[in-house]
Design a protein around this ligand. Structure first.
Ligand code: GLA
Length: 395
């Protein structure tokens, strides 16, 4: 009887889950975690990963929802005679590292490429896709970032004059790793990194992607972050539970970003329903930076179960007004001063342009207090700062 019921359950699951689809259960809300690249780049070691896991717990980030500790490029060593990939001497024992991360209630992510080499010229999964997926699963990996990189040269070489053939080759490479991950039987979040090529948001879910990069690399400066934000226009329809647009990992706490810029960057990612993958040195972060990364009211907007990506409602000079519909009928509103003017400048929101009528009771998600939003409310924002509100009952 028991095996009959189990068989029935398995059969229903098979019917319910098409072979090439992103699993909605795996990333029902945008993945949250940390990735080594933005701060440590090619110098990362296993000790840095352990320290990041410890700091994720100590800083309160884990309890605020961050889950994945992702090792980016440059962990790879040589392949053995059997073709099995080994980590290099900076990562002496991957299984032990995964155990360490898991023991802290966190999950481990890793990085590879469908090409022969990665962006940093380490070994990619070319001709070893199934084997690598199996190895990752054996190590206890829960998340894979799969970066196009080295495959671009192969694509060009094979199809120098046929763009469509090159793109097909890319899509097939992403689908192939998805199948290999599925075959391991281990739930592994699948992060596609192809810089938005070939409108990846249109086919990302079909090749099993739970998230896909929409642009080239982020950098820890305002101009690059703002450029990336503008490049998200038109992509909202493609995001939803299980499959998300990824405007790249966070730079909060990196470079020379001011705290106002950190707040804006974090608020935008929340409005965009973007994965929140921190990229700073968690073991050495300023308390103000930790406070931004653990702002639960902003995180709740990002993680809203409806999974509807927000958009820019309108802009007025250097002020931008963004909105995002939330699951319980609430509305998130964010106002950004994107101008270079260091002086605080009063601004008045035009509620009609947001489809709202009259004063609205709201919660200020950065000041953590109640506020009445009306056309008369003077909004004074310093350059690159943000006001983020949640209106529980918009009318
Ligand atoms: C590419 C990716 C980055 C990072 C590096 C590693 O540039 O877009 O996010 O993974 O490769 O080499």
């Amino acid at each position: 009887m028991r095996s009959f019921v189990l068989g029935l359950v398995a059969a229903t699951m098979l019917i319910a889950a098409p072979a090439f689809a992103a699993s909605p259960q795996l990333a029902a809300t945008p993945p949250m975690g940390w990735n080594s690249w933005n701060h440590f780049a090619w110098k990362v070691t296993a000790a840095d990963i352990r320290a990041a896991a410890d700091a994720m717990v100590a800083s309160g980030m884990r309890d605020a929802g961050y889950k994945y500790i992702v090792i980016d490029d440059t962990w790879q060593g040589k392949r053995g005679p059997d073709g099995r990939i080994h980590s290099n001497k900076r990562f002496p024992d991957m299984k032990a590292l995964a155990d360490y991360v898991h023991a802290r209630g966190l999950k481990l992510g890793i990085y590879s490429s469908p090409g022969p080499t990665t962006c940093a010229h380490y070994a990619g999964s070319w001709k070893h896709v199934k084997q690598d997926a199996k190895t990752f699963a054996e190590w206890g990996v829960d998340y894979l970032k799969y970066d196009l990189c080295g495959l671009r040269d192969v694509m060009k070489k094979r199809h120098p004059h046929d763009r469509e053939a090159r793109m097909r080759m890319m899509r097939e490479a992403y689908a192939k790793m998805h199948e290999a991950l599925e075959a391991t039987g281990r739930p592994i979040v699948y992060s596609l990194c192809n810089y938005g090529w070939d409108a990846v948001w249109e086919w990302g879910p079909k090749v099993g992607g739970n998230l896909w990069r929409t642009t080239g690399d982020i950098k820890p400066n305002w101009d690059r972050i703002y450029t990336i934000v503008q490049m998200q226009a038109g992509l909202a329809a493609y995001a939803g539970p299980g499959h998300w647009n990824d405007p790249d990992m966070l730079e909060v706490g990196n470079g020379d970003l001011t705290l106002a810029e950190d707040r804006s960057h974090f608020s935008w990612w929340a409005m965009l329903a973007a994965p929140l993958i921190a990229g700073n040195d968690l073991s050495n972060m300023q308390p103000e930076v930790a406070k931004i990364l653990t702002n639960r009211e902003v995180i709740a907007v990002d993680q809203d179960p409806l999974g509807k990506q927000g958009t820019r409602a309108y802009s007025d000079g250097e002020m931008e007004v963004w909105t995002r519909r939330l699951a319980d009928g609430a509305l998130a509103v964010a106002v950004f001063n994107v101008g270079p003017d260091r002086r605080a400048r009063p601004f008045h929101i035009d509620l009609e342009r947001l489809g709202l009528h009259g004063p609205q009771q709201a919660r200020d998600l950065w000041a953590h207090k109640a506020v009445t939003l009306s056309d008369e409310l003077p909004i004074a924002l310093a350059s690159h700062d943000v006001l983020m509100l949640r209106i529980a009952h918009p009318h």
